[in-house]
Design a protein around this ligand. Structure first.
Ligand code: Q9C
Ligand code: ZN
Length: 691
């Protein structure tokens, strides 16, 4: 008898592209501007990936050289010849060529490495586009986003990401590519290359300080929106202060990038993945901690069917850089995310920048259509007094002290120590099973993805033990008892960290959820976010902040009064398409990140005003919170819904959120009203200084 072994080739996994040959060039003379761009940037990042055992979990893809033809997708042949000629130059000649450009140095191996950096990026694009992997990261040197058709600039020689975008358009016929540049510098090279091209949406945030920060360009400001057909497809978020951190970056994602990106509906995402926007970086002077990049990555993974290519740009504090690279790769591998740290409130200067970008882009994007605010002329950071105050104070962020003024070795070492203990604090062992399910009719369970652990039916004795100690009054009915058992069986596993998340079928959801919530507090949880979709009331009178209760329903606002921890959101879905993006990004997500729950319970009750697409969107985006601890309780089990939620929770693939639909005026008014009501209590809602 022969035995057949069936290998199922899954388009799973994350590519990692790295070759230590890209460490073979360095600065050969004294230059205080260029001396931070060192080979150790790659070595320490790769070492840290090994340290966390992330390298072996990735699919290794070899590098190759980019061809001349590929380089010329973006650069002129004259420029290519200049760079080629540096291979055989002596030190004096190299210095002379370097001086032709701003903040660039050449080494005899620069040309070879620059070709490898291009090739590595294209290998990554090919791996993702061919379906060999879902996503991936390329660790490359030299970086690319400052380089232009005819010029090297800011340590960059060939524009790796811009070449990749042109290549993907040509080779795969893509029509919409999103480039997200979270490096702390403005990738002016990418802006110049695509500013007339509506098929490439370029988003960049960058230290700007009213044009006082390198590269000192007027066109880095928010009003550079693109040109001709490309108007609306260039988005600049200028940071006018140093010390920007986790909450400022999240606010820029919630209120600018994500709504536009979902509306744009990219087919591929390229990330100009610079980490000089992270804490401790001598260039950026910002305060974002490494896990912030996990959250940014997680959001972007929900777009373009998960097709994401991260390509290294800057990042000059070795420890901050390498921890942030690890957080990015770990997230691409779909590990649950650490909770994001710090006070969740964007600073005034960040809000002003966000307001100005939203106003500048209002004509081009439906999601910004109802924006009332005009660009602010008088920015709080621009007055002379504030400028002077900055010299002594630098930032209003409480954590800024740790990073700001990081101009010497002592400061860098301080950040090293901070990060050493910070990472220990936030990292946690990943539960052995991602998703558990408890479905009453086991016949329905075979619709679930294979990786879901289906809970076994319990014996009478097991049931008794499980629910003993629970409020017997509430569960007199047999149906309610069964429902409670389902909920508690999975909830228990989540609390004990045996599984990350779960999905349960509960015919009497309200009673079960009420008891489950009590169980959570007995277990010692501090904050539970409970989102109810549909008409359902819980017998809870907690207003002490241990539960944040959000009800998404479709009924008149009558007797219900909203308070900080009890919010009712009146939503009417678009039955054909998905109009829920506006509510999730503009309201639910900011509040959820502000609250920082340690568990989330999503209850799908009767008369739900949200379709499967909306529910999947909500669940997907919330997964970044509470270390991915989510319990989804479904009252009226429905195969399509269970399947989609299970797909989301397991992360086997990105669910289809449906075609983007702009919110109706009615819906917009509801969100505006709620935002206005809660923006003082939930500061992450703030995206303009007035409304
Ligand atoms: N006074 C990247 O992060 N600084 N490049 C020039 C001149 C140059 C940064 C300062 C910084 C280049 C990829
Ligand atoms: Zn940079």
């Amino acid at each position: 008898m022969s035995v057949f072994v069936l290998f199922i080739a899954m388009a799973s996994g994350t590519a990692l592209i790295y070759d230590d040959e890209m460490t073979s060039y360095k600065l050969l003379w004294d230059d205080p501007i260029c001396d931070i761009e060192v080979p150790e940037r790659l070595l320490s990042s790769y070492d840290q990936l090994k340290h966390y055992d992330l390298v072996d979990r990735c699919v290794r893809i070899p590098v190759r050289e980019g061809t001349e033809e590929e380089i010329m997708l973006v650069h002129s042949s004259e420029y290519l010849e200049v760079i080629k000629s540096t291979q055989t130059m002596n030190e004096e000649e190299l210095q002379r060529v370097s001086k032709h450009y701003d903040a660039v140095y050449f080494h005899p191996n620069t040309y070879r490495c620059a070709k490898l950096a291009v090739g590595a990026t294209l290998q990554l694009v090919d791996s993702v586009m061919s379906g060999k992997v879902h996503n991936g990261m390329a660790l490359v040197r030299p970086p690319g986003h400052h380089s232009q058709r005819n010029a090297a600039n800011g340590f960059c020689v060939f524009n790796n990401v811009a070449i990749a975008a042109q290549y993907a358009k040509r080779r795969y016929g893509l029509q919409r590519i999103l480039i997200v540049d979270w490096d702390v510098h403005h990738g002016q090279g990418i802006q110049y290359i695509f500013e007339k091209d509506p098929s490439v949406l370029y988003f960049s945030w960058h230290r700007y300080e009213h044009q006082q920060f390198w590269p000192l360009l007027r066109e880095s400001d928010y009003d550079a929106v693109g040109q001709e057909n490309g108007k609306g497809f260039n988005i600049n978020v200028p940071w006018n202060k140093v010390g920007m951190g986790n909450s400022d970056y999240l606010a820029a994602f919630f209120h600018v990038l994500l709504p536009v990106a979902f509306e744009f509906a990219p087919e591929l995402i390229l990330v100009s993945s610079g980490y000089d926007s992270g804490i401790g970086d001598p260039e950026g002077q910002m305060t974002a901690t490494p896990e912030c990049f996990a959250h940014l990555t997680h959001f972007l993974m929900q777009l373009a069917n998960g097709r994401l290519c991260a390509v290294l740009e800057g990042g000059y504090h070795l420890k901050s850089l390498s921890e942030s690279v690890c957080m990015t790769v770990k997230t691409l591998l779909r590990d649950p995310l650490p909770q994001i740290s710090g006070e969740m409130a964007p600073c005034l200067s960040a809000i002003e920048s966000i307001q100005n970008v939203r106003a500048a882009h209002k004509p081009y994007w439906k999601c910004l259509m109802y924006e009332e605010t005009a660009p602010l002329k008088d920015l709080s950071t621009k007055s002379q007094q504030v400028m002077e105050a900055q010299l002594t104070q630098t930032s209003t962020h409480p954590t800024a002290e740790q990073a700001v003024g990081n101009t010497n070795r002592d400061e860098a070492i301080k950040t090293d120590k901070f990060l050493e203990s910070h990472m220990k604090r936030i990292l946690f062992p990943v539960p052995p099973v991602k998703t558990a399910a408890s479905i009453v009719s086991k016949a329905d369970a075979h619709f679930l993805p294979l990786s879901v652990q289906v809970e076994m039916e319990m014996s009478a004795q097991e049931r008794k033990t499980l629910v003993s100690g629970f409020d017997a009054e509430l569960v007199k009915e047999e149906k309610a008892l069964l429902s409670l058992q389902n909920v508690v069986a999975v909830l228990d596993k989540i609390l004990k960290k045996e599984v990350c998340n779960g999905i349960v079928d509960a015919s009497v959801a309200s009673v079960s959820t009420t008891i489950a919530l009590k169980h959570c507090f007995d277990f010692g949880l501090q904050r539970v976010l409970c989102i109810i979709v549909g008409d359902m009331d819980l017998e809870l009178s907690l207003d002490d902040g241990k539960i944040l209760f959000m009800n998404i329903c479709q009924k008149q606002q009558t007797e219900k009064t909203n308070s900080k921890y009890r919010i009712s959101l009146n939503w009417k879905e678009d039955t054909e398409r998905n109009n829920f993006f506006y509510a999730v990004l503009g309201f639910i997500l900011p509040i959820a990140y502000n609250y920082q729950p340690d568990l989330m319970i999503i209850v799908i009750g009767p008369n739900r005003s949200l379709g499967v697409n909306g529910i999947s969107l909500l669940t997907s985006l919330l997964q970044g919170l509470a270390e991915s601890r989510i319990l989804v309780v479904i009252q009226d089990i429905e195969i399509k819904l269970v399947r989609s939620v299970a797909t989301t929770l397991t992360g086997v693939s990105i669910p289809d959120f449906g075609v983007y639909a702009p919110a109706s005026q009615e819906n917009v008014l509801e969100i505006k009203r709620l935002r206005h009501q809660f923006k003082q209590e939930w500061k992450m809602l703030q995206c303009s200084v007035r409304d």
